[in-house]
Design a protein around this ligand. Structure first.
Ligand SMILES: [Zn+2]
Length: 474
């Protein structure tokens, strides 16, 4: 598989550092408001990437963070709670993190391996900062804030292909008192009255944004890990600064082997942004069109390109999803009418091959989605009409190959699981939870492995377990 790497500005062969294990980190949201359809695009792109890697036989370990303390969260809490903001500010991130999980389910995103939060990692971050100060990469300002000195690391600006001098000339950052260079950024922000704070060796305060993603990604994935992604607007300064911190702390030129960035959305040709007031929330879009149509809409444009988010595009994608369901429903019912022998050459191999070629060519989902749709039309126009002239085995192979493509894009997610199977799965999950409570982990793992062999995957979140199924066709 070939993937465009922002770090080299080239399409490269994708490989993993450890055999058959793909480890990736996607920058998560700052939960201070409803997320919008641009965020949805980023997570769907990485979900499709993950599903495809899984189809290729990789185990995928994906980590998505929450920036659950930040200027915007504090401002929002002040707006909502006034004087009580310092006491109640956590209600803001809690509310939007809950919403994030609800929308993720509606968008059929497979759960990440973990969702670390900044506020759970402050201690680790202060350890990193201490080391960076000791090694001379960071310095304390008179107010106790700690800044990272970008001039100390070689090749600062390489990821975003910018020269320090040009960045300096273009830097419109407000000069913060105590900064040696306007491009230096805060690793630790000193406390301002009314704001949340944590203790540190320097002064009460809170960690800076860029540091969190380096600390949490390498904690959960090790270093170097395979891919690091997010929206294209994060390349500078966020990802550039992450690279600089990792260079200083870990001594690695690049702690992520591939950098992948997703293009922005436009509405009537204008970039979607809060300041232009043309933001469409993910919640609205999901309520109106549903997860599969939205996924199909995203898939129909290449992830690196800007994407026009229009009603026409959504309606077109919705029609395609309908056809994809029709082919599935009718073929799964027609299987019983199939014959004993193959009297005609019927198959979807041609579409499957084109689908893989597209996916392997820098995740060209727009082409892959088209091939899936073509396969659906072929099933309706040809396979169903010749069903009696092919063997049942052949019909099932077609169905299986077809479903495999649809499952990468996540557009046949409402296939019904038979009721009894569902009940059986839920019972097993319940039994396993009991076993875990009683610390019988070996038996619990045994159940997890067994369920996996029938296409049911369990995902634990603390005491709670969710399951996802890939319904087996045969
Ligand atoms: Zn990040």
């Amino acid at each position: 598989m070939r993937i465009y790497n922002t770090a080299t500005r080239q399409v490269e062969e994708f490989s993993t550092y450890l055999p058959k294990l793909a480890r990736g980190y996607v920058c998560g949201v700052t939960p201070y408001d409803h997320i919008h359809v641009g965020h949805g695009r980023v997570y769907v792109v990485f979900d499709i990437f993950r599903r495809y890697l899984e189809l290729l036989g990789y185990q995928v370990k994906l980590v998505i963070n929450f920036t659950d303390v930040d200027d915007k969260i504090i401002a929002r809490a002040r707006e909502e709670f006034g004087q009580e903001a310092q006491k109640r500010w956590r209600e803001v991130p809690e509310r939007y993190i809950t919403e994030f999980f609800q929308l993720s389910t509606q968008l059929y995103l497979k759960p990440a391996h973990s969702y670390p939060r900044v506020t759970d990692h402050v201690e680790e971050m202060t350890t990193w900062i201490s080391t960076l100060v000791e090694r001379g990469y960071a310095y304390a300002a008179p107010d106790g804030s700690i800044y990272f000195q970008v001039g100390k690391v070689p090749n600062y600006g390489l990821l975003s292909r910018q020269k320090i001098e040009e960045l300096m000339a273009g830097a419109r950052v407000e000069p913060e008192p105590g900064k040696k260079n306007p491009l230096d950024f805060a690793l630790w922000k000193s406390w301002t009255p009314g704001e949340p704070w944590w203790n540190s060796p320097w002064c009460p305060g809170r960690p800076g944004w860029h540091l969190e993603c380096v600390v949490m990604s390498t904690k959960y994935l090790g270093a170097p890990f395979d891919f690091h992604g997010g929206g294209a607007d994060l390349i500078f300064p966020h990802h550039e600064n992450e690279v600089a911190i990792a260079k200083a702390y870990l001594g690695l030129d690049n702690f992520a082997r591939y950098w992948m960035h997703v293009g922005y959305l436009t509405v009537r040709g204008e970039k979607m942004s809060k300041s232009l007031g043309n933001v469409i929330t993910l919640r609205e879009a999901l309520a109106k069109y549903g997860g599969e149509t939205l996924r199909m809409t995203y898939a129909l444009s290449h992830y690196r390109k800007p994407m026009e988010f229009s009603q026409e595009a959504l309606e077109q994608a919705g029609e395609m999803v309908k056809t994809i369901y029709t082919a599935y429903d009718e073929l799964s019912q027609a299987v019983v009418d199939a014959g004993e022998r193959d009297l005609e050459e019927v198959g979807v191999e041609k579409y499957v091959e084109a689908f893989h070629n597209a996916m392997e060519d820098d995740l060209s989902t727009q082409e892959a989605a088209q091939q899936l749709y073509n396969a659906a039309k072929y099933i309706i126009s040809t396979v169903l009409h010749k069903i009696e002239k092919i063997s049942r085995e052949r019909a099932l192979v077609i169905l299986k190959q077809y479903v495999e493509m649809a499952d990468v894009l996540g557009v046949l997610e409402r296939r019904e699981i038979p009721k009894q199977l569902k009940e059986a799965i839920e019972t097993m999950v319940e039994v396993r939870s009991k076993l875990r409570q009683e610390r019988q982990y070996q038996l619990a793992d045994f159940i997890r492995e067994k369920l996996k062999t029938i296409g049911v995957e369990l995902h634990d979140f603390g005491p709670k377990t969710y399951y996802t199924t890939r319904r087996q066709v045969i």
